[in-house]
Design a protein around this ligand. Structure first.
Ligand code: FES
Length: 133
């Protein structure tokens, strides 16, 4: 199996590339086997992913699946975004060659880490807010 047109489009024109200054949550991960690296920033409003950006240093499949993942997550409630799986990303992109299936793991794991980072920060914000009132 070769790369799908959807994958090639996202690889050549990745969506949501960049960083979010003062992001509400940040996650990053390096695949220990191949060394590919992905970092995701999220902005959360009313417990929804209001904005999401990513930077990736990796193979075409990891870049394209990260791009698709950001489109899938944007606008979703954070609990739904946290449940996006590598299978869902692979399906959205129209499949991956068998030897590239692991590349779709990176995005959901990093998004989950960014959401957990947001969740862990939130009580501190509320505590700080109420202490200052
Ligand atoms: Fe490592 Fe694609 S080869 S994520």
């Amino acid at each position: 199996m070769l790369y799908t047109q959807t994958l090639l489009d996202h690889f050549m024109h990745p969506r949501n590339v960049g960083e979010i200054p003062d992001a509400d949550g940040v996650g990053e991960l390096r695949n220990p086997t191949c060394g590919d690296f992905l970092k995701i920033w999220i902005q959360v409003e009313n417990e929804h992913i209001a904005d999401i950006k990513f930077k990736c240093k990796g193979c075409p499949a990891s870049i394209a699946t990260a791009s698709v993942l950001t489109e899938m997550a944007k606008g979703k409630p954070i609990d739904e975004a946290a449940e996006i799986t590598d299978d869902m990303v692979t399906s959205e992109i129209g499949g991956l060659p068998p030897e590239k299936m692991h590349c779709s793991n990176l995005g959901p794991e990093v998004l989950y880490a960014a959401i957990m980072n947001y969740v862990l920060r939130t009580p501190m914000k509320k505590t700080t807010g109420s202490a200052e009132e």
